[in-house]
Design a protein around this ligand. Structure first.
Ligand SMILES: NC(=O)C1=CN([C@@H]2O[C@H](COP(=O)(O)OP(=O)(O)OC[C@H]3O[C@@H](n4cnc5c(N)ncnc54)[C@H](O)[C@@H]3O)[C@@H](O)[C@H]2O)[C@@H](O)CC1
Ligand SMILES: Nc1ncnc2c1ncn2[C@@H]1O[C@H](COP(=O)(O)OP(=O)(O)O)[C@@H](O)[C@H]1O
Length: 285
């Protein structure tokens, strides 16, 4: 574990983009979102909520109609018109095995946009199609599926149990073989850039293991990516890895505050995000 750097509040505090007097919503950063489906509309709501409460200039939600309705009901600030964005969040609440043609088209547009992407859940199979740097956010089963897709035959395929037994090593292998930054979720979240830094983040309680918690994390990371376009442009995966570790830290700390030793639901994490970001801004000042 000696080559893993633990990521703490001081590290995270350096990766919050604080609006300036000269800022407007576009200069702060716009996040494009293609998430959710008829089956999982809630994941779209949770990701958009996570991004909104982490702080971003604007969100363009460009997913399917049913999740769009739910997103707009909860967050009228969101825009559904296409346009320029500085980062994408795609895949949460989608299912690669039953992808409607409209979703395939929406995902293709995001992947070809030339803008950094956070790829989650039901878009992880498309990781090789991106035209810009990517950070993926799998859990153990999702990472096993991704690696199995690249295995030469079934005997090479890794299982979720293999990954659970040594998540740090599998996160590194995935980053090297896929050429993307990997954020592997779990009690400790491992973040690895291909050939670059390795961060271990243990910030939250096990109460975070609740449905939709990872969808919120995707939104937090989406907001951080969209508000750090310059840093990603200059430092590529090194910046993406720092942003991913920061997202995991913020998510864990929000879970800690929300839980206070008791059970939580995903929206409780969202409710604590502004307070956690405020703490980080103060820590940086
Ligand atoms: N409110 C929402 O809309 C939510 C949507 N979600 C979305 O749901 C999709 C699937 O995510 P998962 O993390 O479930 O994918 P997994 O790869 O963990 O699981 C795939 C399927 O395996 C089954 N499964 C696996 N382990 C099981 C167990 N121990 N007991 C019972 N069934 C088990 C479930 O039927 C599940 O649908 C993703 O697109 C994700 O974003 C989830 O994040 C949960 C919340
Ligand atoms: N035992 C645990 N301790 C701390 N955090 C956990 C634990 N299990 C899961 N988490 C965190 O909760 C989130 C779960 O994400 P995910 O599995 O994608 O859930 P969902 O698909 O339901 O949104 C991740 O951020 C993960 O790091």
């Amino acid at each position: 574990m000696s080559d893993w750097q633990s990521w703490d509040e001081r590290d995270a505090a350096a990766w919050i983009a604080v609006p300036q007097e000269s800022s407007d919503k576009y200069s702060r950063g716009v996040l494009g979102v293609v998430t959710g489906s008829d089956r999982y509309p809630g994941a779209a709501v949770l990701g958009v909520e996570g991004a909104s409460r982490t702080g971003v200039g604007m969100i363009r939600y460009l997913g399917a109609d049913r999740p769009a309705e739910q997103v707009m009901r909860r967050r009228p600030e969101v825009v559904t018109a296409p346009g320029r964005v500085q980062g994408w969040l795609i895949g949460s609440g989608m299912d690669a095995a039953s992808r409607p043609a409209d979703d395939a088209h929406r995902l293709r547009s995001a992947l070809r946009d030339g803008t950094p992407l956070v790829i989650d859940a039901g878009a992880l199979d498309l990781v090789g199609r991106a035209s810009a740097p990517v950070v993926v956010t799998p859990h153990f089963r999702e990472l096993a599926t991704m690696l199995a897709a690249g295995a030469d035959d079934d005997s090479d395929a890794v299982t979720a149990d293999d990954i659970a037994a040594d998540p740090a090593a599998w996160a590194v292998r995935a980053a090297e073989s896929l050429g993307v930054t990997v954020l592997l979720k779990g009690h400790t979240t491992y973040v690895v850039a291909p050939g670059g830094p390795r961060y271990a983040v243990t910030a939250g309680p096990a109460w975070l293991a609740t449905a939709g918690s990872g969808d919120v994390l995707g939104g937090v990371l989406g907001a951080l990516v969209a508000t750090h376009a310059r840093e990603i442009d200059e430092d590529g995966h090194a910046a993406l890895a720092a942003l991913a570790a920061t997202a995991a830290w913020i998510h864990g700390r929000a879970g800690e505050r929300a839980s206070d030793g008791g059970p939580i639901v995903a929206l409780d994490i969202v409710g604590e995000l502004p307070g956690v970001v405020r703490e980080l801004v103060r820590a940086a000042g």
